[in-house]
Ligand binder design. Sequence first.
Ligand code: F6R
Length: 241
Amino acid sequence: MNIKKFLTTELMAEAAGKHIIEIVKKKPDSLLCFAGGDTPLMTLNYLAEAAKQGEVDFGKCSFVSLDEWVGLGKETNGSCKQTLFDHFFDRIPNIDDSQICFFDGLAIDMDAECKRVDHFVAKHEGIDFMLLGIGMNGHIGFNEPGVRVDTYCHVIDLDPVTKKVSVKYFDEEMNVTRGISLGIQHITEAAEVMLMANGEKKADIVELTINTEPTADIPSTLVKNSKHAVLYIDDAAASKL
Ligand code: F6R
């Protein structure tokens, strides 16, 4: 796995944004996947501004969601859908809903939801680029510690650490217990995966991710099995290396 270290979070986000713009310029009809959560927000902002200035056109791209909390939809502040729409999709000129395939955390039939999203990815012949954050327990998307590595979309019980950390996203107590997520197979089959981490609180998991052989116990290590994986970290996240 390539590692790129940046002095500040801002420089990291700018470099990531520029890299994504290059990908879209090379392949305007790319299928892109961006994580929710805090980590990608600065990069998404960079991309939204670049799109507004006409530096990049996402008009031919398609987008697939990485994951969602089961039981939550766009109406809930802190859901993945709300995060991605507010910070990215609703700010991008020239894209409409037909280009976006997002997990519906409120769907009654979660198996059908998994099949729908699997089908969307398969129809596009796989994902061209994924931007992933790293959970405090090493999860990527909602591929939690101990996840099966041969899965595509699936519903999973959330790890205790994920449930504990989840409170930071929500205005009120949500008691989330399950997540729906793209699988490790999607990640290892993607043409390129960018794993991103910033801040001192991620320093331990970044160190573990880099220095541990790929194992389902620390899902972020499995990114090393991807065709083309790169880790973007700022100085604080790299402080235990
Ligand atoms: C969010 C997601 C999660 C986060 C991870 C890090 O869609 O897939 O895996 O990327 O939990 O979260 P933050 O970025 O909030 O530290």
